[in-house]
Design a protein around this ligand. Structure first.
Ligand code: SF4
Length: 278
């Protein structure tokens, strides 16, 4: 119990900081919490409800799950848990599984198309339900892996931002767990005994490049214990005058790092939906 309370407190601090740093929640928001049945989304939903009770601003939460038609999807487990715990919720069903199988050749990675289809359905549902924000459960380690994937394989410096408006301006996506370490989320979910729905029902393998990057971060972290927190800080501490982006280029000066740091939040505005595609 002590460990559970400690983890909840620490995770809430991470969420509170992300909410504060990026103005993730406004008075009167109706937030669609995308819940897949994995550890991250259960944890996010739980933490947002705790925050809802304590926060000075009033906002609503609605948990939304999309059953994508994967064989054996145990949606009833999630439904029972949401009802038992008194969460407002909607369970959607769209067979994107067949579309993915139809469009891709055997052996091709399904995740990119599958998640694109899921995102489209959730974005439309959010508008239909009058939701002002969509909360996704990506955590600190997802941001780090995406940051490195973009650098290693896409020649870009970008990650999944904590707050993002969709290209058509209809939806705002927020990532309240952006600062939260995956290992703490995993342990918290275990102690809370969330009824986890396995993510391999689709039979798809996780993207090989992502697996490689994860292994690399795990290995390096053994030698550099601060690696993850340093990478997280690096994403929020761009010295643009000491990079090579000609769109942002002006004659480099001996600008002190603190000044460069103040300029960094403006860069978040420049991010578009495409930056988390890797
Ligand atoms: S693991 Fe399966 S369900 Fe998840 S995004 Fe990939 S293809 Fe879709």
């Amino acid at each position: 119990m002590e460990e559970l309370n400690r983890l909840e407190k620490s995770l809430l601090q991470h969420v509170g900081k992300a909410v504060h740093d990026f103005s993730l929640i406004d008075e009167g928001d109706r937030i669609m919490v995308a819940i897949s049945g994995g550890k991250d989304s259960y944890t996010m939903l739980h933490l947002l409800r705790v925050l809802q009770k304590r926060a000075p601003v009033k906002f609503d939460l609605i948990a939304v799950n999309l059953d994508q038609g994967h064989p054996g999807f145990p949606g009833h487990l999630l439904k029972a848990w949401l009802e038992e715990n008194g969460y407002e919720h909607r369970l959607l069903k769209e067979d994107t599984y067949s579309i993915v199988l139809d469009k891709l050749k055997p052996g091709q990675t399904q995740c990119s198309l599958c998640s694109r289809l899921r995102r489209g359905i959730l974005y439309t549902a959010a508008v239909d339900m009058g939701c002002t924000k969509i909360a996704l459960g990506h955590h600190r380690d997802d941001l780090i892996h995406t940051f490195l994937l973009n650098q290693f394989f896409a020649g870009a410096t970008a990650t999944m931002p904590p707050k993002l408006m969709s290209n058509d301006g209809r939806n705002t996506v927020i990532r309240p767990l952006a600062y939260a370490p995956e290992k703490d989320i995993a342990r918290f979910a275990e102690l809370m005994e969330f009824p986890i729905i396995p993510c391999d029902l689709c039979g798809s393998q996780e993207n090989l490049q992502r697996q490689k990057v994860k292994r690399l971060v795990d290995d390096l972290s053994k030698e550099i214990p601060m690696l993850r927190s340093s990478l997280l800080s690096a994403m929020g501490n761009l010295h643009v005058s000491h990079l090579l982006d000609q769109k942002l280029w002006s004659m480099p000066t001996e600008t002190p790092p603190t000044v460069a740091r103040q300029a960094a939040p403006a860069l978040v505005q420049l991010q578009t939906e495409n930056t988390d595609a890797a």
